[in-house]
Design a protein around this ligand. Sequence first.
Ligand SMILES: *[C@@H]1O[C@H](CO)[C@@H](O)[C@H](O)[C@H]1NC(C)=O
Ligand SMILES: *[C@@H]1O[C@H](CO)[C@@H](O)[C@H](O)[C@H]1NC(C)=O
Ligand SMILES: CC(=O)N[C@H]1CO[C@H](CO)[C@@H](O)[C@@H]1O
Length: 366
Amino acid sequence: MRQAVPVFLVILSIGVFFLTYNFITMIVHYRDSSPRKWTSGENSSQLLTDPVIEMPEHAKRTKNQRLLFHVALTATASPYSRWQCRIMYYWYKKRKDLPGSDMGKFTRILHSGNPDNLMDEIPTVVVDPLPEGLDRGYVVLNRPWAFVQWLDKVKIEEEYILMAEPDHIFLNPLPNLVYEGYPAAFPFFYIKPSENVKIIRKFFPEEMGPVTSIDPIGNSPVIIKKDLLEKIAPTWMNVSLKMKNDPETDNTFGWVLEMYAYAVASALHGVQHSLYRGFMLQPPWDLETGNKFILHYTYACDYNMKGELTYGKIGEWRFNKRSYLHGPPPRNLSLPPPGVPESVVTLVKMVNEATADIPDWDTAQK
Ligand SMILES: *[C@@H]1O[C@H](CO)[C@@H](O)[C@H](O)[C@H]1NC(C)=O
Ligand SMILES: *[C@@H]1O[C@H](CO)[C@@H](O)[C@H](O)[C@H]1NC(C)=O
Ligand SMILES: CC(=O)N[C@H]1CO[C@H](CO)[C@@H](O)[C@@H]1O
């Protein structure tokens, strides 16, 4: 199986080359029919004063119009990834069948090459990691390759796919946010294609159109039609490897390189996303869960006992997923002191509820 990988890569490269060549020769002026954006560019100061965004009309569907999406969670077998996946799957099960949900089945795409001890707890498909050394220690480069393999080897019932990550918690039942064929994505304030024109042009030639046609997004969270993702995933993999191999790009994009790679790859296929701010919230910057759908706990939440954010400085009270790299957080974490935003309180309560209910949380070495 490992032997087959380099051969696959060669075939992929040739395939993508011809695909790219075709695109260049038949430049489609897709821009004219640009989709409605739910929100425009944003920056971190705006993140602190987060407006409440209405659920878009199209998401208010009646039951018989459900367009199910498959929840696809890419993961590794590390203890750090495993405890997050258990919490993520717990909240998926709680939300899936509630009114308003278009959530279909669930797959953890485990890209470490071998089964782990959660195979009976979470529906899982094992795929291969990139060949030794190709990721250069940047584990998330395995994500596009994981999607390529999964889409190739599994028959997926649903027509749509949500690309999700282990540190996502479903706050509310998630509808299919795809709008008139445009996949739905969350705009990240730190993905700025138009401030990185020189680098972007190495991967997105002028013939393909303006740099502004590249969305400020990563691959997750995105809800997208399966057949579109089948086209984008091999290009995404190709672009992410090319970006990683280019020192200037690698240095400039750093840990968000693979997000830029998805944004560029989708634009190379003429795919634009509708950007939907209410898709996700990120404590501690977003203060209220409101009508948001996914809570993303990637940032450290550090507070003093007066309930003041001490970001960048370890707080007297804190919740930081990176405190638990080698094993799960204990059950019943202490709640934050008074004055801490509702979003952070909700996060800790939801983690506590999941860890209280998941059997063998801290005894089974899972
Ligand atoms: C961020 O947005 C605010 C509000 O729109 C604006 O005043 C500020 O200049 C922006 N800052 C940067 C760095 O773009
Ligand atoms: C959780 O911890 C609090 C103290 O922080 C304690 O009062 C409570 O009894 C604990 N609950 C459980 C179920 O252990
Ligand atoms: C391995 C590799 O880089 N393959 C292809 C990736 O896509 C570009 C076009 O964007 C091709 O030129 C490469 O051959």
